[in-house]
Design a protein around this ligand. Structure first.
Ligand SMILES: [Zn+2]
Ligand SMILES: [Zn+2]
Length: 385
């Protein structure tokens, strides 16, 4: 059949395998070409949905996503148990490492680094951690933002200078420096896709987050007794385990993805908006947290604010990734493969004709198993494995 949107002869299917457009628009809402109700990395979801795992772990299929969700939930339950038992130091350490360790497992699972695990991991997670360490020590020398964390009786009142420094200057400096490790990656030419840049950026941001949290809480970790009354620590633990790493990871993911797009000659409004979103969201997160804590409102509001900012950033990541995948995936040549999302045997170019998944976001093992399809007119498919 001939695609209505890119005018290429493609196999029959619900989606065009070349441009990803949704064929036959009767029951669908929106533009079939941009198909924002079918997120390109996980076609079962809408683009505007603040889902953590299908956004920051784009290479995983449905089954693996569930495993990661369960692992994350188990980690959070573990932190809660440690908190209730009064083992605050242990809870802080688990919270600091939970998301970054899951990400490390993801990178291994999807083989995003292909044949160079040491170089890629070293330059992303390792480089991020190194920059985080240096920057956090400098920041700590200039101020001590974590003094009094978890202590409800701490002195209220922050000066305007401190507000500008912690709430605005530090976020801007961090967003400028966190992408460096991914940009200095020596073999970055082997990873031309924007989805790769996004994942490397997230990895660097998470490495940074670990170092920043460890330095920030180092005095607490070393000075608290191993066992104590739980107190108000649950709020700081929630920020530390969930919102802090998600913010640091997704903001840097956006910045590096935008730079990857620039390298491909595709830097436009959407990418510029991404850089703006990363910086503004980071400032909103830091400044909002500081002001809310300072005004002595219920600590729950701080978490609601952080969740709102992180949710907005996640949606921007999806929006950027969705359109990058649609624009970049139209050139892969027909090949026999198995769709990692719907598990159908397909003859496909850039997109699964059955579910519309962008195959550039498939795990490396699936990409390597592609067999070039030799045949004048690729035929329809549909054998379920
Ligand atoms: Zn098409
Ligand atoms: Zn599929």
């Amino acid at each position: 059949m001939r695609c209505d949107h890119c005018a290429t002869d493609v196999p029959d299917g619900v989606f065009c395998t070349r441009c990803g457009a949704h064929q036959g628009t009767a029951a669908e809402v929106g533009d079939p070409k941009t198909r924002e109700n079918r997120y390109a990395a996980h076609p079962g979801e809408h683009v505007v949905q603040p889902s953590v795992f299908t956004t920051l772990f784009p290479h995983l299929g449905q089954q693996k996503i569930h495993e990661f969700r369960w692992a994350f939930a188990a980690g959070l339950a573990g932190i809660l148990i440690l908190y209730v038992a009064g083992l605050i130091t242990a809870a802080i350490l688990v919270a600091t490492f939970l998301v970054p360790v899951l990400y490390l497992i993801y990178l291994y699972e999807a083989q995003v680094y292909r044949d160079e695990p040491a170089i890629v991991l070293g330059f992303t997670i390792g480089g991020g951690a190194l920059i985080g360490l240096v920057l956090a020590l400098i920041e700590r020398g200039l101020s001590n933002p974590y003094a009094g964390v978890g202590n409800p009786l701490r002195n209220a009142g922050i000066g305007a200078g401190m507000l500008l420094f912690i709430g605005i200057l530090i976020p801007i400096v961090q967003e400028a420096l966190k992408p460096l490790p991914a940009l200095l990656l020596p073999n970055r030419g082997d990873f031309p896709e924007t989805v790769d840049g996004l994942v490397f950026g997230i990895a660097a941001g998470l490495g940074f987050s670990v170092a920043e949290s460890l330095v920030g809480f180092s005095s607490v970790i070393t000075s608290l007794p191993a066992h104590m009354a739980p107190g108000n620590w649950i709020y700081d633990l929630t920020t530390l385990a969930i919102f802090q790493p998600l913010l640091q990871g997704s903001a840097t993911g956006i910045v590096v993805a935008a730079i990857w797009r620039y390298r491909r000659g595709r830097f436009a409004r959407r990418e510029l908006g991404g850089l703006g979103t990363a910086v503004v969201a980071h400032i909103a997160f830091a400044l909002g947290t500081l002001l809310l804590k300072d005004s002595q409102v219920n600590a729950l509001f701080v978490l609601v604010w952080q969740a709102t900012v992180v949710g907005a950033v996640l949606i921007y990541v999806r929006y950027l990734l969705h359109h990058s995948l649609l624009e970049e995936a139209a050139h892969m040549g027909f090949a026999e493969t198995v769709c990692p999302n719907c598990h159908m045997h397909i003859v496909a170019s850039g997109f699964c004709p059955n579910c519309g998944m962008a195959l550039t976001a498939a795990p490396t093992s699936v990409k390597r198993a592609r067999k070039p399809h030799t045949g004048a007119a690729p035929k329809a498919q549909g054998r379920k494995t």
